[in-house]
Design a binder for this molecule. Structure first.
Ligand code: 9MR
Length: 497
């Protein structure tokens, strides 16, 4: 597998794992606000607790539709209280990001380590969430001792691994991705260690072995680029049809759904339907939608459309059991580390504030999403949720500038360091000479040069004490790329840094 296989865009460039950006997660408790100006507004309060109308979380809405809404979590995610507050309030299914993969669970032959996976299961159980076991057999994150085995020993090693792991988690997982990513994009089976040892029969053997170990777990084959109808999904379809006709225990097909902005296949629903017609379930297992950075308002609006499309496709297929996003927020996403220049792929920004895609998901699930999709375009509503109050001298601003020869972006994090809640804000600052704002996100900025004001939108105007929000803009420049020297919030000076 190479990272650029995920999704149709072949122009993406993989960076080496060593270049993965540090997953720096915000420690401070952050407000998750998605308030609309209208009555009946959707309001999510600090640390993901719902204070708005009941039933506005993704999981509650999904459950009312008979499906789940999940996320991937890694063990390190569990120590981030801001992240886990969102995870436990919004999601009812957890997929361990890495903790149940072979390289973790059986790093050397016959030596098992279930502690990381157990930590995820414990978190899920404590928060009333189910677990998608991920995964038992995969060519990747496979310890080298397996691929170095003499061919004649691979089947026994695979069966032993499946039996031991599936028995350990018996009764604790809802489902297993028994075989992960078995196909090449052209529909041929990968020539991995399992195929080399057993031919295509390794898949049926893996499923049968898992079923014996945990007869109640739903057994899945999971892959990417099988969301729409194409050679790869055709191959998966033929395989599932064949397995079913042989009585091999298979319950579902996972469609990973690592999408590129605007490229959700139009055939996704029909594709899911043909699988369910075979008598298996389908699930969207690893949803994200990557954007070429910096994300513009139009990008975020398209992402919202993409999320709604995927969720509606699932809801439109009776055998689609749920949707899981791959990671809680943009700070947790694998995308920036694998696709150079891409990011912003999830429903939550890097401060765990909901993005337009979140509101779109809520709406698709039948909830009362924001009436106007949050947008950073100049035409978006810039009305504060009420008259600006608070924050008299009680704010801190951190500004990160990324400049190139003719342009720059600034990402500005505003923190309410005061003791009262800010209800609607206006951030004043002066652009360096020659800079002209061309687009903005999570705010509107006016005018585009000189001394400007960045104004809150409907969904990020409320800042509880200690809460932060991040806005940004893109500008052209004529050589001076300096950040503003000072900022005011609702007229009062902020500390900078
Ligand atoms: O999210 C996982 C990331 O932390 C790992 O570095 C990566 C290594 O392959 O695997 C990621 O999860 C993958 C999942 O297990 C299978 N489908 C693709 C996911 C993204 O690479």
């Amino acid at each position: 597998m190479t990272a650029h296989d995920y999704g149709a865009n072949r122009s993406s460039v993989r960076v080496s794992p060593a270049q993965h950006p540090a997953r720096t997660l915000v420690r401070r408790g952050l407000l998750v606000a998605a308030a609309t100006v209208a009555a009946g507004a959707l309001l999510l309060t600090a640390l993901g607790t719902q204070a708005g109308a009941a039933g506005t979380s993704l999981k509650t809405l999904a459950e009312a539709k008979g499906v789940y809404f999940g996320t991937a979590l890694t063990q390190s995610n569990l120590s981030n209280s801001t992240l886990t507050a969102v995870a436990s309030s919004q999601f009812d299914m957890v997929t361990p990001g890495n903790e149940m993969k072979w390289d973790t669970t059986e790093p050397s032959n016959g030596t098992y380590n279930f502690a990381p996976g157990d930590a995820i299961v414990s978190y899920a159980q404590a928060n009333g969430m189910r677990v998608r076991g991920h995964n038992l057999v995969w060519h990747s994150q496979l310890p080298s001792w397996v691929s170095s085995l003499p061919t004649a020993q691979v089947q026994a090693a695979m069966e032993s691994h499946i039996t031991t792991e599936a028995t350990h988690y018996k009764g604790k997982v809802y489902s297993w991705d028994v075989v992960n990513e078995p196909f090449n994009d052209d529909g041929t089976l990968r020539q991995d260690a399992f195929y080399a040892a057993m031919g295509s029969g390794y898949i049926a053997d893996a499923l049968r072995t898992a079923h014996v170990a945990d007869p109640n777990a739903k057994l899945y084959l999971n892959d990417y680029n099988i969301e729409g109808e194409n050679a790869k999904s055709d191959a998966m379809y033929s395989l599932v049809a064949s397995l079913r006709s042989q009585g091999v225990p298979i319950d579902g097909v996972g469609l990973e759904s690592h999408f590129i902005l605007g490229q959700v296949p139009s055939t996704m629903k029909a594709n899911m339907q043909r699988f369910t017609a075979l008598g298996v379930n389908v699930a969207v297992t690893e949803l994200d939608d990557r954007i070429l950075l910096p994300a513009t308002a139009a990008n975020l609006a398209q992402q919202a459309t993409d999320y709604a499309t995927v969720i509606n496709d699932c809801l439109g297929v009776s055998g689609c059991v749920g949707v899981s996003q791959w990671g809680v927020g943009d700070a947790d996403s694998w995308i920036p580390g694998f696709f150079s220049g891409y990011g912003a792929a999830t429903m939550y920004d890097s401060n765990y504030q909901p993005k337009p895609a979140y509101n779109a998901a809520v709406t698709a699930l039948g909830g009362a999403g924001s009436t106007s999709s949050p947008s950073a375009s100049a035409s978006a509503s810039a009305s504060p949720t009420s008259s600006p109050t608070g924050a008299a001298g009680s704010c801190r601003v951190a500004d990160v500038v990324n400049a190139w020869n003719t342009g720059l972006t600034e990402n500005i994090t505003i923190t309410n360091t005061g003791t009262s809640t800010v209800n609607g804000w206006s951030l004043g600052f002066t652009l360096a000479s020659g800079q002209t704002v061309t687009s903005a996100w999570n705010t509107t900025i006016s005018p585009s040069t000189g001394t400007v004001k960045a104004t809150s939108l409907s969904y990020n105007g409320t800042l509880a004490p200690g809460a932060a929000t991040t806005i940004g803009f893109q500008a052209t420049h004529a050589g001076n790329t300096a950040a503003p020297a000072s900022f005011t919030l609702n007229g009062s000076a902020c500390s900078v840094g």
